[in-house]
Design a protein around this ligand. Sequence first.
Ligand SMILES: [Cu+2]
Length: 286
Amino acid sequence: MENSMSQMNRPATSPSPVVFLLFLALLAVLVSNAAGQTPPKSPQNIIVIKQMHFDPPSLNVKAGDVVEWKNEDIFSHTVTASDGTFDSGLIAPGSSWQTTITKTGDIAYHCRPHPNMTAHLIVQPLVGAEQHEQAGAQSTETSQASLRWRPPTKPEEFHPILVDFTAALLPLAFLSDLLGRLFRKQGLHTAGLWMMVYEAIITPFTSIAGWWWRNSEAGQLPARLIVVHEWLGTAAAVLFILLAVWRWGFHKRTITPSWTYLIAVFIALLALVYQGSLGGAMVFGQ
Ligand SMILES: [Cu+2]
């Protein structure tokens, strides 16, 4: 008896080959990440994009200089010359873009998704021998985004994390009750009940993190998008609490949730999809 017990216990306590392989894979990712952190060749002129600003907002360069923009912000941005001489396309957070400036004079540029972000280059013409050193004009994008993890501390980190939970729980709450009705499975209804309850508990935190983030951006966000996004998000947090109370009522009376409830949750789901598209437009551009 004792012998068979110890045999049953052994597979559970010793690490399985699968766990070991997962551990190796994680280690490989961490090592390759650490090894891949050699900086690329640095051009003469670097402009950092951070907190919805180009820094420095004005930079003196010479014709033929390579200028690099490093996006250290949490949003994607573009570097778009107002006279059309260059346009980076979206530069992802953690990435950079560089181009060789050939046109002289005062070149104003901005970010296309965030027109409030403006800056300019003052390009001086080259004289004599300097002209020979000009290289061919090339635009390159390099990615230095790090995979290293650290605990979130800022609202722009908390909000997207909480959004994941809000966004996952609502469709699952809906699907569980819908499939529960279609297949007459009480287990699915129980799942639908609890996921709606969790949704109601977590979404107010998602909303609070959103307001915190919005206030920390101090009016730099696209005005029309953020006004709809912030109030729709707050309304959603209240709506999910009401839906959870409604859902709890069916549970108390031990009846399956009505089609009216399911339709209401489905409409809330559509609103949440729209909400997500507004958030995405602000972060990644349109
Ligand atoms: Cu931008």
